[in-house]
Design a protein around this ligand. Sequence first.
Ligand SMILES: [Zn+2]
Length: 153
Amino acid sequence: MPDWLTHVLFAWALWNILSLKFNMPFIGIFITGSLLPDIDKVEVMIPFNAEPFLSVFHTPVGALITSGVISMAILRDGQAHVFLALGIGSISHLLLDLMVKSMDGRVMLFFPFSFVSYSLNIIAQEDFMFLYLAMAVFLMSFIVMRYHGDVKK
Ligand SMILES: [Zn+2]
């Protein structure tokens, strides 16, 4: 996985770009969604092997179900917006993880129909290029927002 800072920077940039076109409330929830699939990392705190169960959270279906459950459990109003924010943030996380080089894959894209993990094998796990790219995209998104704001005036 890219580190969490990389996920947060990409998600924030994505939120910036999407907010140019759409009404995008809940930036904090959107960014939380970008970290949500890694909830499976709590396995390090569990004394038994829970990986088979927890790895479900790191799939598109698992991320969307988690987003739905959280949005319904926490809120009475605005559940659809929270679900979308968490869901899109989660999917952005999985798309980034897909780019990591891996012999045995990173994301079970077609779970529950298949348990095969996939990877696009673009960037090595330990490569800082991911973080530098995230920083560049993050800064560019603010420049685009600034330019877009000037054009509208
Ligand atoms: Zn991940």
